[in-house]
Design a binder for this molecule. Structure first.
Ligand code: NAI
Ligand code: MG
Length: 326
């Protein structure tokens, strides 16, 4: 049977990079695509940023490819991650040969908790002067992430352990529970694990990214630290991500809608194509994933390149170059 892939471009450059990645998918395999709407434009038209049909589609398709949503991002992406039952967001940050990177030796994978922390917290405005945010961390979600992290490094010989980034010296209860639970899983599974304070990590990773490999972090920390890593490897146009659940996943570039370049046809499609590589791997086709990655890496190395990487090529030209290699 042909896997069903939901396609949600969203807003802005989502409409440029997602179709490019769909062309790549069409070249490496047989997939039944269904397109659906979400985002700011959908909110304007229908009154809802994420229509029920789109949520249902993501909740039932074998995999979903998502671009980005604009100001309504939180109302789109958080429910979509929930629709696919995702508990971890995998964000590799790799510097590719030929790309001008601040730290060309960077090769990191962030495993970000995807269901709780401040992003699932409850915010209140108590008075004119005071606003509050309640943050939720559970042993259940922390253990699930810890189990996943152990499995992730054990299945991949290139990784020999992971680092837990946390701030348990200040947030003793929440980050303390997170850190201790993930470490306990590592010990149970016999996987090497160490810890780092997340603020110190931000410094160390800039000065010496080689010190780190797989980083397991709470939700907000994973968001911020992986964007920081994007800066080390040459920009947001390069970072893919996978929101993994037990049955299905949602695959999306780390970047947003890039309003400053949207509509110009010059968005870098690499992050979304690399997300598509993670998508086909989630469907069991590791060979197609390797093919996509090799083709994208070849184009990053030899050009053509989009302006964010110092080139002058359009999204179309880069896509054609990737398709030619495939
Ligand atoms: P952004 O990622 O859209 O853009 C940041 C900078 O990176 C811009 O200069 C942009 O041109 C550049 N950039 C990003 N992706 C690129 C690509 N593929 N090729 C070339 N250049 C690229 O982040 P920003 O500006 O903070 O947010 C813009 C909008 O996107 C906001 O409305 C925000 O809410 C939304 N957003 C949505 C996300 C999602 O749907 N997952 C994630 C992050 C932001
Ligand atoms: Mg982000």
């Amino acid at each position: 049977d042909v896997p069903e892939v939901a396609v949600i471009p969203g807003d802005g450059i989502g409409h440029e990079v997602v179709p490019a990645a769909v062309e790549v998918l069409e070249t490496v395999g047989d997939y039944a695509f269904t397109e659906a709407e979400a985002g700011d434009a959908t909110l304007d038209e229908t009154g809802e940023a994420l229509p029920a049909e789109t949520y249902e589609l993501a909740a039932t398709a074998d995999a979903t490819l998502f671009g980005a949503a604009g100001e309504s991002a939180a109302d789109v992406i958080l429910p979509l991650r929930e629709a696919v039952g995702s508990f971890v967001n995998i964000r590799p940050a790799t510097a590719y040969p030929g790309v001008d990177a601040l730290r060309p030796e960077t090769d990191l994978v962030f495993l970000r908790e995807n269901t709780e922390g401040v992003y699932a917290g409850h915010e209140d405005r108590l008075t004119d002067d005071v606003s509050t945010l309640t943050r939720v961390v559970t042993e259940t979600a922390s253990r699930r992430l810890g189990e996943f992290a152990c499995e992730y490094v054990r299945e991949r010989p290139e990784h020999d352990g992971f680092t837990v980034a946390h701030k348990a010296n200040v947030m003793r209860e929440t980050d303390g529970l997170f850190r201790d639970t993930v470490l306990a899983e590592a010990e149970r599974a016999g996987v090497d694990a160490d810890t780092v304070l997340m603020d110190a990590f931000a410094t160390h990773v800039c000065l010496d990214p080689d010190r780190f490999d797989v980083i397991v972090c709470p939700n907000l920390a994973g968001d911020v630290l992986s964007d920081l890593a994007a800066g080390l490897v040459g920009g947001l146009g390069l970072l893919p991500s996978a929101n993994v659940g037990d049955e299905r996943g949602l695959f999306e570039p780390v970047h947003g809608t890039a309003p400053d370049i949207a509509g110009e046809g010059v968005a870098n499609p690499a992050a979304t194509m690399l997300s598509a590589a993670m998508l086909v791997e989630s469907l069991g086709d590791d060979d197609a994933g390797d093919r996509i990655r090799t083709a994208v890496e070849g184009v990053l190395s030899d050009g053509p390149r989009t302006p964010d990487l110092g080139g002058q090529a359009t999204t179309r030209e880069v896509t054609d170059a990737v398709l030619a290699r495939l």
